[in-house]
Design a protein around this ligand. Structure first.
Ligand code: BMA
Length: 329
């Protein structure tokens, strides 16, 4: 079968937006950018909830079908605490990765410190109790997720440092113990100029291991005179060496076109943090923040997504670092 084409891959559910501030049993200015997990047959979302001070905490919602009938915990799973001063301005944008070796979920989230956003890790088995590991990357750094398994004996984490010089790109780093990180490697660079993913990109949901390799979704923030437009594209990494980029989108596969994505606290934003990817049932459920205000859900066929990925160009430099050694045309 031929590539179905990027624009039609992801279909928004009729119930969108599936969760809004009016739905939750606590005061919220915005409910957005959720991580997603399947736990005991239920879909669990760990939602970023911004209160009316402007501070975000992470709250759990559960549903049997992942679309309707959400049940909301009344207390946050992760909220700023005085013992973690790096969270003084909030806990934001969680990504959830099941670690089979440890039999627990890793929560990688943005801790908003008064020296800028940084990456923190916490662990949970049931989304009822949580243990913080604390900060693992200094500011400015965000958009982080762990790979579920060690690669050659080490944990791998994709993240997005934002240096003063040269744009914000995706990196991959390695750790023997989830605490000490090194071998920092440039993974996918933001493009430049008029591109949708120029100058600032970041990982979306945690990479999903599929038959062809690691399926990656990432956002690009294209700057316009009216502010940024956040859209998403796809990439594929080598299963055994995820520093090797096998494919990368030229065109975005999802952008802000629905009214709830185009108008909100930050307009024209789709920001996926969580997905449930099931090759066996050929179903992909993509949970995303819309306009930094509400939560949307789009579904796709995994095989259609993989056919689309297979038709995407192979990057000229399969390791971003190759670009330093080989002259660009
Ligand atoms: C990014 C993050 C997200 C947010 C997005 C759009 O930098 O801070 O939390 O959804 O901007 O405002």
């Amino acid at each position: 079968m031929t590539d179905p084409g990027g624009d039609s891959l992801f279909v928004r559910v009729p119930a969108n937006p599936i969760i809004t501030p009016a739905d939750v049993p606590y005061t919220a200015n915005a409910v957005f950018n959720p991580g997603a997990a399947t736990v005991d047959g239920e879909t669990v979302l760990l939602m970023r909830v911004e209160d009316k001070r402007g501070i975000s905490s992470l709250y759990v919602a559960r549903s049997d079908d992942g679309i309707t009938g959400w049940r909301f915990d009344e207390k946050p799973l992760l909220a700023p605490v005085s013992t973690h001063p790096e969270e003084v301005w909030g806990c934001e944008d969680p990504r959830l990765t099941w670690l089979p070796e440890r039999e627990e979920w890793a929560i990688s989230y943005t801790a908003y410190s008064n020296r800028g956003p940084l990456v923190s890790l916490a662990m949970t088995r049931d989304f009822r109790e949580v243990t913080r590991l604390g900060p693992v990357m200094p500011p400015d750094d965000k958009d982080a997720a762990l790979l579920p398994n060690r690669i050659d004996g080490r944990w791998a984490m994709i993240h997005r440092p934002a240096p003063i010089y040269g744009g914000a790109h995706m990196w991959i780093s390695y750790s023997p113990d989830l605490r000490h990180w090194g071998d920092h490697t440039l993974l996918i660079e933001a493009r430049d100029g008029a591109w949708w993913d120029a100058r600032k990109i970041g990982l979306g949901p945690p990479p999903a291991l599929v038959s062809d390799g690691w399926l990656v979704m990432y956002h690009g923030a294209h700057t316009t005179a009216a502010g940024p437009i956040y859209r998403v594209g796809l990439a594929l990494l080598d299963r055994d060496d995820p520093t090797v980029v096998l494919r990368r989108s030229e065109e975005w596969v999802l952008g802000p076109t629905a009214s709830y994505e185009r108008v909100g606290d930050v307009s024209k934003v789709v920001f996926p943090n969580g997905w449930v990817v099931d090759e066996a049932s050929d179903r992909l459920m993509l949970y995303y923040g819309a306009a930094d205000s509400v939560i949307g859900l789009a579904t796709a066929s995994v095989s259609d997504v993989l056919r689309h990925v297979d038709a995407m160009p192979q990057p000229m430099h399969r390791r971003a670092s190759d670009a330093d050694r080989v002259a660009r045309p």
